[in-house]
Design a protein around this ligand. Structure first.
Ligand code: ADP
Ligand code: MG
Ligand code: MG
Length: 499
């Protein structure tokens, strides 16, 4: 029995006698099926703790919460207790982090591979096509990125049937929750320090999560390599960002620990306020920018007009360190993930045989849709597949009968649109009981979890300055939900209890 939420936790919570504690201020019917005062007491403690420790997001019920900091805050959705994970799987995922960091860098240098692999997608997907246009222009101008910074997050699910850890995807742009996830870990540590005896849990089994400090350190080192003490880090943001505190945690740490200043701008603002000087220096509002950290720009919605595309191109042309560069961004597409999983492709980029073995072991089944056998199999057994477009941010994938319907339509129309997608083997993680807290309300659910490992990579020409695993993210969702995003409203933040 791997990765069931520690059986003793649920047992302890359910069997606990009524202790006569005052009911806390939550709606009637919270913690469905659980009348236990211990859970109520823990939820109450947790809600207070999140408010006192900045585990917060903007509240969608408050119009200004995505724009004005300090207004309309609500606790980030969280799981009351950490997910159990065998230590071996945690170590496996952490070890993969530096290998994927290397792989991204190597693949990013092969511009023709990126262009070629995405050439059919380009024809049918206008968004990917625009990214490829910028990438092509950079190739043609022979622009070299000497300083390269990647802040990636590789996501995994533990397959229930085989007990193997499979990569879901690798995010190379705007990898989120490095700010909030380590605070969730602290919340769980705090709760288990208080209630561990009642629960049969020991907080020493919670692995440390240095995600904020390591990401801030990597950004500060990139700032340092650029070597302009007057320069700032530019955080490219969406105009409305309810997950802004996750970003502010990182920016505050950069300022307080490393004395590095950040400015926040949307692509629209950058288009009107930014310039690239003849020597390549990027200036925004008169400030020199050494590092451009994208927390926007990964979705078509981020480019409502030509202005935003001009801004993206401007940033790419500058000598500032781009996190990510257009090449790193493209390496993170699902199409490239699928191409890398083909036989003999990894070998083009990785020399180390053990590294190749470890990477391959983490690859689930991935197929392009030129393979009619796979398409027909997916039409017959859609429940075993996920159909994925080249999109980020959650909510874009196709599951179940919709896989069949979409594939039948594309097949019958002989539509080229089929190249916009890849097919992936559907992973079925083992379910366990979890208490998911959202909007101050706790619900007990059958849940599944997704583990993300943050990774940072920084190099300057031949010198690798950082290649680190930088902590983790766990997102847990009701098993009835297909998608898994926290920001998109499907999942809650969680942490790990090693077994
Ligand atoms: P995005 O870039 O939008 O986050 P993902 O590939 O991570 O795209 O898919 C979004 C969510 O869909 C994941 O968080 C996960 O919950 C679910 N998902 C994706 N691929 C699979 C899969 N192969 N098996 C099961 N669930 C999946
Ligand atoms: Mg993604
Ligand atoms: Mg994802």
């Amino acid at each position: 029995h791997h990765r069931t939420r520690t059986a003793s936790v649920v047992g302890a919570l359910k069997n606990k006698k009524n202790t006569g504690l005052t009911p806390i201020t939550m709606e009637i019917g919270v913690c469905e099926g659980l009348k236990d005062d211990l859970v109520r007491e823990m939820v109450d403690d947790a809600l207070i703790w999140t408010s006192l420790h900045g585990l917060v997001v903007g509240d969608k019920n408050d119009k200004r919460s995505g724009e004005v900091p300090g207004v309309g805050l609500v606790h980030a959705p969280f799981s009351l207790l950490p997910m159990s994970l065998p230590r071996t799987h945690f170590i496996q995922a952490c070890e993969l982090s530096t290998i994927f960091n290397d792989l991204v860098d190597r693949v990013s240098l092969d511009g023709e591979f990126l262009q070629e692999s995405l050439s059919r997608t380009k024809k049918v997907d206008p968004f990917t096509s625009r990214l490829l246009d910028i990438h092509r222009k950079m190739m043609e101008s022979d622009k070299k990125e000497d300083i390269r910074l990647g802040l990636h997050r590789s996501d995994y699910m533990l397959d229930g049937a085989t007990n193997l850890l499979y990569q879901i995807e690798l995010n190379t742009i705007a990898s989120s929750f490095s700010g909030l996830s380590c605070i969730v870990g602290e919340l769980h540590r705090n709760l288990i320090n208080h209630y561990g005896k009642n629960l049969g849990l020991d907080s020493r089994n919670l692995p440390l999560n240095p995600s904020i400090s390591r990401y801030a350190e990597a950004l500060s080192k990139a700032w340092n390599e650029y070597n302009d003490p007057s320069s700032v880090v530019l955080v490219v943001v969406q105009p409305l960002e309810r997950n802004m505190y996750d970003q502010h945690w990182l920016c505050a740490t950069l300022r307080e620990k490393h004395n590095v200043r950040t400015i926040r701008k949307t692509l629209t603002e950058i288009e009107s306020e930014g310039v690239v000087l003849p020597d390549g220096t990027l200036q925004v509002c008169g400030k020199n920018v050494s590092v451009v950290y994208f927390r926007a720009g990964y979705s078509p919605d981020d480019y409502p007009s030509e202005a935003e595309w001009r801004a993206r191109y401007l940033l790419e042309q500058s000598s500032a360190v781009k996190c990510p560069s257009i090449s790193y961004h493209l390496v993170g597409t699902k199409k490239i993930q699928q191409e890398l999983a083909k036989p003999n492709v990894l070998e083009r980029f990785v020399e180390n045989k053990h590294a190749i073995e470890k990477l391959r072991k983490s690859f689930a089944g991935l197929w392009s849709l030129d393979n009619m056998d796979t398409v027909n199999d997916a039409i017959e057994k859609p429940e075993f597949y996920v159909l994925k477009p080249q999109r980020e941010g959650g909510g874009n994938n196709i599951y179940g009968d919709d896989v069949r319907d979409t594939l039948m339509r594309l097949k019958n129309e002989r539509s080229e649109e089929i190249s916009a997608y890849i097919l992936m083997q559907r992973i079925f993680p083992k379910e366990s009981r979890a208490y998911l807290v959202r909007d101050g309300i706790c619900r007990s659910n059958n849940a599944v979890s997704e583990l993300g490992i943050f990774g940072a990579y920084l190099r300057n020409k031949d010198k690798v300055i950082v290649n680190d695993q930088c902590g983790y993210l766990v997102r847990t969702k009701a098993s009835s939900s297909n998608e898994g995003g926290v920001a998109s409203g499907y999942a809650v933040l969680d942490s790990i209890y090693l077994t």
